[in-house]
Design a protein around this ligand. Structure first.
Ligand SMILES: Cc1ncc(COP(=O)(O)O)c(C=O)c1O
Length: 386
C-alpha cells in the first residue's frame, strides 16, 4: 500500500546519494544527472561548501519568523539585488509563491492607479506554478483542466508575437505582463530579441509592470545571472527559485524602486520565508557561482552542446530542432511521448521530456566539456534508433 497521493508518476528507481553531476542508486549504478532536479542543483549534488553551511547554520539557528530582523535574510537581499540590479527582495519557499507575490504586486499597482477590471498578460505554453492564481496565469491548458474555475484577471497572448500583445493592451486595462523569456515547461522556447525589446518599450511607456519569471532560467542557467540580462533590459519584477537554493526550498520576488513601495507592513508575508538556514545557503550559492565563474561556464558549455547536437542530429529525421540558451537546452523531436527518457536512463543519462516532445537538458552549471561530450554521445546513440 502506497500512502502517497497519486499526483506523480515516478520512475521505479530511487537514489541513495549524489556527488557533483552524478546520482547513485542503492545498487551502486552511476547516472549523469542532466536535469539537476529540474534545474535546482546547479552546483551539483552534495556540494561540500553547501553542506558545511547547512551544518554550521543548523547548529546556530534554523528559524525565528519574520517578527524579528534576520541578518542572513538582509545579507541575501543585498546580494541578490546586486546581481539582478533590483532594489528590494521578498523571500518565500517556491517558484509558485514567488509568482503569487508578483501577481499580488501587480494587483496593488492596478488598485493604486484605480484601474477597473485590471488584467495581466501571460503567454501560450507558459508555466508559472500550480497554486490557483499561478495556474490561472499558466498557458498550459492540460494542467488547468479539472481545476476550473481559474481566477479572473489574466489574458493570454501569443509568445513572440508583439502584435497580439499590442492588440490586448489596446482593448483591455493591462496592469502587468508576466513572461518567461526562455519558456521551460513549454518546451525551451526562447523569446526573440525584438519581441522583448518591444515589450519593455510598451510597458515603460504605459506604466505596465513587466514581471520576468526566472524561476527556471535564473541563477546562471542561461549564461547570465538572469535570462533578461541577455536582452539588456531591466524588468520591474523578477521571480526566482529553483537554482537559488541548490536544493533547499527558497523563492524570491524582486522589485525595482517603483515596485518596492507597493507592500506595506502586514500586506504580505510567509512563516518560513527567508529563514536563517535557507538564506545562509542561498548566499553561499551566489558566492560559489561568482567565485567559480559558473555563468561563463554555462554560456560556453551550453553553446558547445547546442552546436554539437545541431551538427550530429542534422541528418536524423526524428529531430525537428535543437535550441536553447546557456544550459537550458531543448531538442524537439517529431514523436510524442517516446521512450527516449527511459532509453537514456538505461545508458546512465538522466534527462526529461517536456511538452510531450521536447527533450530537456538542464545539467548542473559545474559541468565540464568531457561531461558534455558524454551527454552528446549517449543522447545521439539513443536518437539514432528513432
Ligand atoms: C518558470 C517557472 N515558474 C514557476 C514554476 C513553479 O515553481 P515551483 O514548482 O517551485 O512552485 C516553475 C516550475 O517548474 C517554472 O518552471
Amino acid at each position: 500500500m502506497n500512502y502517497l497521493m497519486k499526483n506523480y508518476k515516478p520512475l521505479p528507481i530511487s537514489f541513495e546519494y549524489g556527488k557533483g553531476c552524478y546520482l547513485y542508486s542503492g545498487k551502486g549504478a552511476k547516472y549523469f544527472d542532466a536535469i539537476s532536479g529540474i534545474g535546482v542543483c546547479g552546483l551539483g549534488h552534495s556540494n561540500n561548501q553547501i553542506t558545511k553551511v547547512i551544518s554550521s547554520q543548523s547548529k546556530k539557528l534554523l528559524h525565528v519568523s519574520n517578527l524579528f530582523n534576520i541578518k542572513n535574510q538582509e545579507q541575501l537581499a543585498k546580494k541578490i539585488c546586486k546581481i539582478s540590479k533590483m532594489d528590494s527582495a521578498f523571500f518565500c519557499n517556491s517558484g509558485s509563491e514567488a509568482n503569487e507575490t508578483a501577481i499580488k504586486l501587480a494587483r496593488l499597482h492596478a488598485n493604486n492607479k484605480k484601474i477597473k477590471n485590471p488584467k495581466i498578460i501571460m503567454f501560450d505554453k507558459s508555466w508559472h506554478g500550480r497554486t490557483i492564481a499561478t495556474l490561472s496565469a499558466t498557458g498550459n491548458k492540460a494542467v488547468r483542466k479539472g481545476f476550473e474555475p481559474v481566477i479572473n484577471g489574466f489574458l493570454e497572448c501569443e509568445f513572440n508575437n508583439i502584435k497580439s500583445v499590442k492588440q490586448a493592451i489596446n482593448k483591455n486595462n493591462i496592469s502587468a505582463i508576466m513572461i518567461e523569456i526562455v519558456q521551460g515547461e513549454g518546451g525551451i522556447r526562447v523569446a526573440n530579441k525584438d519581441f522583448i525589446k518591444n515589450i519593455r518599450e510598451i510597458t515603460e511607456k504605459k506604466d505596465i509592470l513587466l514581471i520576468v519569471d526566472e524561476v527556471q532560467s535564473g541563477m546562471g542557467r542561461t549564461g547570465k545571472w538572469f535570462s533578461y540580462q541577455n536582452y539588456n533590459i531591466k524588468p520591474d519584477i523578477v521571480t526566482c527559485a529553483k537554482g537559488l537554493g541548490n536544493g533547499v526550498p527558497i523563492g524570491a520576488c524582486l522589485g525595482n524602486k517603483k515596485v518596492s513601495k507597493l507592500f506595506t507592513p502586514g500586506s504580505h508575508g510567509s512563516t518560513f520565508g527567508g529563514n536563517p538556514l535557507v538564506c545562509a545557503v542561498s548566499s553561499k550559492v551566489i558566492d560559489l557561482i561568482q567565485r567559480d565563474n559558473l555563468n561563463a561556464n554555462s554560456k560556453m558549455i551550453g553553446k558547445y552542446i547546442i552546436s554539437q547536437l545541431k551538427l550530429k542530429t542534422s541528418k536524423m529525421d526524428v529531430v525537428k530542432e535543437v535550441r536553447g540558451l546557456g544550459l537550458m537546452i531543448g531538442i524537439e523531436i517529431k514523436k510524442q511521448n517516446s521512450n527516449i527518457v527511459k532509453d537514456c536512463f538505461e545508458k546512465g543519462l538522466i534527462l526529461n521530456l517536456t511538452s510531450g516532445n521536447v527533450i530537456r537538458l538542464l545539467p548542473p552549471l559545474i559541468i565540464t566539456k568531457n561531461q558534455a561530450n558524454f551527454i552528446i554521445k549517449k543522447l545521439c546513440e539513443v536518437l539514432k534508433n528513432y
